[in-house]
Ligand binder design. Structure first.
Ligand code: AKG
Length: 257
């Protein structure tokens, strides 16, 4: 892991890992996403949530080998562990595509409405760019340092949809991965172009917190049988603590994640 990146992640709450996704995996993810949008139609995303202005897919760890290749990437897990500590797991894996012609704008939020607790940070997201993120097409905005505020944006900001003086636009190239402390105040911006803007969200949480999507219940037996040991561990398939904390609600709502 790069020390400067670790410093930025601590200070600002996010980093961008340039070109981390091999080109052929970007292509496989795009193809699989297109197939799933086609086959799931109006139900796409409904296992978790549908979002006006964007198309979503949920439970992606169960939806093909291209997604599973993104669950336990060693370099990314290193950064996640830096934020969450040694014991963490995948919380959910979803796709979000900001629709052309002004879709995709979101209010500022922290994922799952989470504030750090006595043990520190407990949510961390990764955004896998499957299209360039530009100033025009719905790049994510973020307010650096707000993950350290111990507050949610709604406690401080009257209009969560308006521009904030301290916000920055996190642009990047298809193939980059943004690692974001998910307590950071952030949100999607409108896609003002005529083309979709696709991203995969691999979202992680600390071991003692419930998964947003209880993977053990949602994955088909054949998917579970095909997991590598490291994928099985990160999905918390054999973790009794996870069964205790996640099994009550198979899917948890939570702001925009
Ligand atoms: O896909 C993106 O632009 C990030 C969206 C986001 O922050 C969210 O859905 O919580």
């Amino acid at each position: 892991m790069n020390r400067e990146y670790l410093k930025s992640l601590d200070r600002d709450g996010f980093i961008t890992l340039d070109g981390l996704i091999p080109t052929d995996l970007v292509e496989r993810l795009r193809c699989r996403i297109a197939e799933l949008f086609e086959s799931e139609g109006e139900n796409a995303g409904s296992e978790f949530k549908q979002e006006p202005g964007s198309r979503r897919l949920a439970n992606c760890a169960d939806k093909g080998e291209a997604f599973r290749a993104c669950v336990a990437h060693p370099e990314i897990l290193g950064y996640i562990g830096h934020v969450l500590g040694p014991r963490f797991k995948l919380s959910s894996m979803n796709v979000r595509s900001a629709n052309p012609h002004d879709g995709g704008g979101q209010p500022l939020h922290a994922d799952m409405g989470a504030v750090p607790d006595a043990d520190g940070y407990w949510v961390c997201n990764t955004i896998w760019l499957l299209d360039d993120f530009t100033a025009e097409n719905g790049a994510v905005r973020a307010i650096p340092g707000t993950h350290r505020s111990g507050k949610l944006p709604g406690e401080v900001i009257a209009d969560l949809s308006s521009a904030h003086p301290d916000e920055v636009l996190v642009t990047g190239r298809a193939g980059d991965v943004i690692v974001m402390n998910a307590h950071l105040w952030h949100g999607g911006t409108p896609n003002r172009t005529g083309r979709e803007r696709r991203a995969l969200h691999a979202f992680y949480c600390r071991a003692d917190k419930p998964q947003q999507q209880y993977q053990k219940k949602l994955l088909r037996p054949e998917t579970i049988a095909a997991l590598t040991p490291s994928e099985r561990a990160i999905l918390a398939i054999d973790d009794p603590l996870n069964d205790e904390v996640s099994s009550k609600d198979v899917v948890r709502s939570g702001f925009l994640k």
